[in-house]
Write a protein that binds this ligand. Structure first.
Ligand code: MV4
Length: 453
């Protein structure tokens, strides 16, 4: 059992991990940059170590600094949170070599999942549905033309080492393919030091739906339903919910069964998320695996009653899923999460600064995950997520009503936030009908502009 762990992260997720550790009686070590000296994760951890200057590259992403902090505090394990080093297989390897347990999948598994075309082939081999596309890496534009000719246009070129939309190009005709291939490959090489590309049939108007997986170190795998994450802007999710209004119990069961087999076969351990795209005809196909806890994990927690971060810690301690979960996982009710960003609700310009005053909502069915406090500062160096406002209800309608009530009672002064944006979305007819796909925000912003002008 872990006596003490280090949390290699900041903000709300660092606090979330501290909560799970307190519930389990595990001592915590916070690490912080010079910009985060007065952050709540530093205050609430049992110990805290400064690991460098504000810039992430010199602190939260600095492997030797994080490992040194772990060694001087003599921790048993490191929880990486999301972002930063969470999917860095080299970091996981250094932890292992230093005798520190990395709370996440094994490095070789994370490395495999990070190569998207390998993840794709692996899922296919174990019966998870994938989109038509290339078998592995495309050698050159010539081969891409051949594959595209077979599967039909439009196709999308994707970076093998990609994610977050970089190194992607949509190709609508064979004429434009050679140029787009060169661009995508160059962009991937710059961003990921790996120019390898693969391709898939392009889905014009998909829903983004992801399944939550937990796997122990004894070969047991559970799938905890799905999350609907279609409300996104520029690859940043704004609202997530569970379950998805577009997933039937039959479809959920079929995908969960395939994922269980696949994750067992690859020896996956700890928490993971499997992203799918749903076509307008309702077909659901794999796109990628995220080998970490995700920002939106709370919506799954609320409909399953499972503490996912506690589960991560207990899995890493070698416990069995049957002991971690109390009986079979069932889905009950509906949960919504609004990401409250420190940014202007109309222009989306980041709005770091000091919190002059703060009053957070509460009451039945409301959860707030945040590291904000009155007088605290949101530094400009990191992402703009300031709080996650999460509501639960017996159905989607009740979860929305509670979200509206909670947004009305979310008072923050000193910075701009996306609270007003979320209030408008909660009142939007398309959103209320769950008529959402990855273009929802674009349509919503056009409607808003038209109504304002
Ligand atoms: C796609 C796609 C359409 N067809 N793949 C964007 C980020 C990366 N994780 C995958 N992405 C996409 N892959 C095929 N075959 C459309 C997107 C996409 C998208 C996906 C989910 C949520 C928002 C998105 C916004 C633009 C493009």
């Amino acid at each position: 059992m872990f006596q003490k762990i280090l949390i290699a992260n900041r903000g709300e997720i660092a606090l979330r991990v501290i909560c799970a550790c307190k519930d389990l009686g595990i001592k915590t070590v916070a690490v912080y940059s010079e910009a985060d000296r007065y952050s709540l994760h530093v205050r609430f951890a049992d110990e805290a170590v400064c690991i460098g200057p504000a810039k992430s590259a010199l602190s939260y992403l600095n492997i030797p600094s994080v490992i040194s902090a772990a060694e001087i505090t003599n921790v048993d394990a490191i929880h990486p949170g999301y972002g930063f080093l969470s999917e860095n297989s080299d970091f996981a390897e250094v932890c292992q070599a230093s005798g520190i347990k990395f709370i996440g999948p094994r490095p070789d598994v994370t490395r495999m999942m990070g190569l998207k075309q390998i993840a794709r082939e692996t899922m296919k081999a174990h019966g998870v549905p994938i989109l038509p596309g290339s078998d592995g890496i495309l050698e050159d534009a010539e081969q891409a033309l051949e594959v595209a000719g077979q599967i039909g246009y439009p196709v999308i070129l994707k970076a093998s080492a990609g994610g977050g939309g970089r190194g992607m190009r949509i190709v609508r005709t064979p004429e434009e393919l050679p140029n787009l291939f060169a661009q995508a490959s160059q962009e991937a090489l710059n961003a990921f030091s790996n120019g390898d590309l693969y391709c898939e049939k392009f889905i014009e108007k998909p829903r983004h739906i992801e399944f939550q997986v937990l796997a122990d170190e004894h070969g047991n795998v559970e799938v905890l339903g799905e999350r609907e994450c279609s409300v996104q802007r520029r690859h940043q999710k704004l609202i997530e919910e569970a379950p998805s209004a577009a997933v039937t119990p039959e479809l959920r069961k079929r995908i969960a069964g395939a994922l269980k087999k696949a994750f067992k076969a690859i020896g996956y351990t700890n928490a993971g998320t499997v992203e799918f795209l749903m076509d307008e005809d309702g077909s659901l196909n794999f796109i990628e695996v995220n080998a970490r806890i995700q920002v939106e994990h709370p919506v799954t927690e609320l409909i399953t009653g499972v503490d996912l971060v506690q589960a991560q810690l207990r899995i890493a301690q070698g416990e069995k899923l049957t002991d971690i979960l109390d009986g079979p996982v069932t889905l009950k009710g509906h949960a919504l999460e609004c990401r409250i960003n420190a940014e202007h609700p109309v222009t989306f310009v980041p709005s770091p600064g000091r919190i002059q005053s703060l009053s957070l909502p509460g009451g039945i069915g409301v959860r707030v995950d945040t590291a904000l406090y009155p007088g605290g500062v949101i530094p400009p160096y990191y992402d703009s997520l300031a709080a996650k406002l999460i509501t639960y209800g017996k159905d989607r309608e009740q979860a929305i009503a509670r979200m509206q009530r909670a947004l009305d009672m979310f008072v923050v002064e000193g910075i701009h936030t996306s609270v007003p944006l979320h209030q408008e979305i909660m009142a939007d007819d398309e959103f209320r009908r769950a008529a959402i796909d990855t273009h929802f925000i674009q349509r919503f912003l056009e409607r808003r502009k038209k109504n304002a002008g």
